[in-house]
Design a protein around this ligand. Sequence first.
Ligand SMILES: [Zn+2]
Length: 317
Amino acid sequence: MALVNFSQKVKSELVRVKPSHKECKKAELYGLIQTAGVLNISTKGPSLEIKTENAALARKVVSLYKELSQGKTMLVVEKETKLKKRNLYRIRSEVGQIDSVFSQTVVENILDKNVPKLQEECCRRSYLRGLFLGSGSLQNPEKTYHLEIRIADKVFAERLQEYLNEIAPPLKFGLVERRNEYLLYLKDGESIAVFLTMTQAHRSLLEMENIRIIKEMKNNVNRLVNCEDANIDKTVTASLKQLRAIETLDAQGILSKMPKSFQEVAKIRKQNFDASYLKIGQLLGISKSAVSYRLKKIEKEAEKISQLSRTDKTDSE
Ligand SMILES: [Zn+2]
């Protein structure tokens, strides 16, 4: 069996959603026509064609037409040429037939980019579903969150963006042009989850939520690990600096002239390369801040010496 991507999963679920409300059916068909419909002019007069590679979607379009109109619909199945040997389904219907379904002129009002007037929530959701079935896609949420609906016409894309953001307030569709097409897109997991809920892709939603949870957990674990690594790095870097300072002071015979408490901290540091201040403190029976103070002092002393020797060199040059 061919690899089923997430888009196909969502679509095969949405195809099976069968609204019972007549206005919902109209709204869904409207969305489908606006995203997948093409006007054909032939000697027999104008007709509207919806093309799809999805057999279930083709069946759905045919049954929507049947339920909504009296006229005849023609379903043509073609083998796609070239590399992909998939079937291409073309559902053709007379323009007059569609006009009667929507009580308006398809060419002027639907194909020429008017958004529908939908009063009820159920119909708005059905319209969204139709749009997505017609030209939508959704990337695998394991990779990234990206849902888009492709629109051919710029004016319509802008109008649709405004309309969708108005009728489906939690969604904030962005709009971008890509290769002479206009993409209405959602880019965050939250919005995509809302979209799947609204269009009734409940199984896909569950699957996406599971992926989201796992992703989030992984991110948290990574953050923790990175955080620990960063802390270890810091300790090691600080420790190296202290060891160098101790060596410098030792080599100059200065360390042995420092107070006993400093010598003790230096000794423990040398023996416990990666020990925290707290650990060193525990070994010596002193506080963390006392350890910190003494090691800082040692570093400062060592810095003085290296500055001195630098000045010496400059002088002798
Ligand atoms: Zn409805």
